[in-house]
Design a protein around this ligand. Sequence first.
Ligand code: NHR
Ligand code: GAR
Length: 212
Amino acid sequence: MKNYVILISGRGSNMQALLDARLPGTCSAVISNRPDAAGLAWAAARGVPTAVVDHKAFASREEFDTALTAEIERRGADLVLLAGFMRVLGEAFVRRFEGRLVNIHPSLLPAFPGLHTHEAALQTGVRVHGCTVHFVTPALDCGPIIVQAVVPVLADDTADLLGARVLAQEHLVYRQAAQGILEGRCRLEAGRVIWTSDTTTGAAVLRVPAGA
Ligand code: NHR
Ligand code: GAR
């Protein structure tokens, strides 16, 4: 069985969805850069080891990245899943975990990288929005795409309503991506995502919920 770690900064609903999915692997730790992240208590209550690497305790981003690397490697992780993790990671960190470092981003990349994606989608007036699971590369929110889900943008949407619609899909596609990687059906090869076996059809990697 492979080991994976989940990196969080806050609520941890994506972390919960991953842990509830009973993935084919062992979660060796949930690690937060914020000591007060609500997700830590939930993971601990489930018997999952937790750790904090507080970014405020380090003088530079590089030192934080080094401490985070040490914590992850101490847990022996084959896969690192960013789940609402809010610190930009440096090139050395990303290179070290290349091909086994994955993020979920709350927009249909390459649209709306960065923060406040639901506000940006409403502001821009797009009719579809969604989320993206991608391998992490040094360039923020630009890595090779594993799976996406779309949702409609509705007439009376607020950022909260739209965000909740996206979040429900995040929980589904993140477990799909993590399962594929842990089972060896999805991998990064020469900067492209290769899905094998039953997931080679478009339907498997683009999730369109009923009503979208
Ligand atoms: N690191 C790299 N190198 N590449 C990516 O693609 C990354 C990454 C680190 C995190 C998640 C990402 C997202 O899905 C992610 C992808 C944080 C920020 C940010 O600006 C931007 C994007 C993402 C995560 N963070 C501020 C910072 O100064 C802090 C904001 C805060 O603490 O609230 O690091 O959107
Ligand atoms: C999720 O919507 C996730 O996609 C997003 O933050 C939320 C975290 O929720 N991630 C980012 O914006 C990364 N910059 P969660 O803690 O309940 O999973």
